[in-house]
Write a protein that binds this ligand. Structure first.
Ligand code: FPP
Length: 251
């Protein structure tokens, strides 16, 4: 039986977040430029976006460019920017046919006017789609996002519209760039690294984690479905105890 067939439709995670890792090593193993790895990685973005949409994932968040990625060689940054712009344009039929709304979280002001314009256009064009939100984390890092949220709350306290006592987890959630969506149910990282790398640190408090040894360009739909099926087999307790334990204690 394939993993797709094993998926229980009523238990599909609403929000899946992905750290797409391993493009560089994929290219290196083939004596290719790192840019070739990213190019191949875009094909996986397409595959996994379609797969997520197919099974009914409501939010798919992809870590596409971190704040720290600005420290890579200029040549690699330029090729990633070029890929981003062409991807936003070339994948528009995929977004429209599948009812995909594009969203961006991150410090978008860091990007060149050309990249910002391509983003704005793609965001506007897909704004009415409502089957799945494809959320690209671009120039994103969790510590940056949390810092921005803290500044926002501090300003509201300073101008008197918020009392310090009223600050709670809900207020912090509302101040994050991810305020429009629920926390990830499942976080997937490819390439065999077991790290979170400054991604959605606040939001993954109770997310299930799935680490795949496969490099992102080699990551298939079936591997994605495997992660979903694995997630569905887990017991999520959110810090509480199992229902069965409660029931047997009551009995
Ligand atoms: C990690 O691989 C991947 C990235 C830094 C960028 C991810 C980008 C893409 C998949 C393509 C562009 C995306 C979109 C949405 C258009 P790495 O370079 O860190 O790999 P390594 O760890 O093997 O060096």
């Amino acid at each position: 039986m394939s993993f797709l067939q094993a998926i229980q439709p009523d238990k599909v995670p609403a929000h899946v977040a992905v750290i797409m890792d391993g493009n560089g090593r994929w290219a290196q193993a083939r004596n290719l430029a790192r840019a070739q790895g990213h190019l191949e990685g875009v094909k996986t973005v397409r595959r996994i976006t379609e797969a997520a949409c197919r099974i009914g994932v409501r939010y798919l968040t992809l870590y596409a460019f971190s704040t720290e990625n600005w420290g890579r060689p200029q040549e690699e940054i330029s090729s990633l920017m070029g890929l981003l712009v062409s991807c936003l344009q070339n994948e528009m039929p995929l977004f429209m046919q599948n009812g995909i709304r594009l969203r961006v979280i991150g410090n978008t002001g860091d990007f060149s006017p050309e990249v910002q314009q391509a983003m704005r256009q793609a965001l506007d064009q897909t704004a009415a789609n409502n089957r799945m939100d494809l959320v690209l984390a671009l120039s994103y890092s969790s510590r940056w996002e949390i810092t921005e949220a803290m500044k926002d709350l501090a300003l509201r306290v300073k101008n008197g519209s918020l009392s310090p006592e009223a600050i709670d987890a809900g207020k912090i959630n509302e101040s994050l760039k991810t305020a429009f969506m629920p926390d990830p149910d499942l976080l997937i990282r490819t390439s065999g690294e077991h790290r979170i790398s400054n991604f959605l640190l606040w939001q993954i408090a109770y997310s299930e984690l799935f680490f795949s040894p496969v490099l992102w360009p080699d990551f298939t739909e079936e591997m994605f479905y495997e992660a979903i099926a694995d997630f569905q087999g887990r017991e999520r307790r959110f810090g509480r105890i199992a229902d069965t334990t409660l029931n047997s204690e009551k009995a």
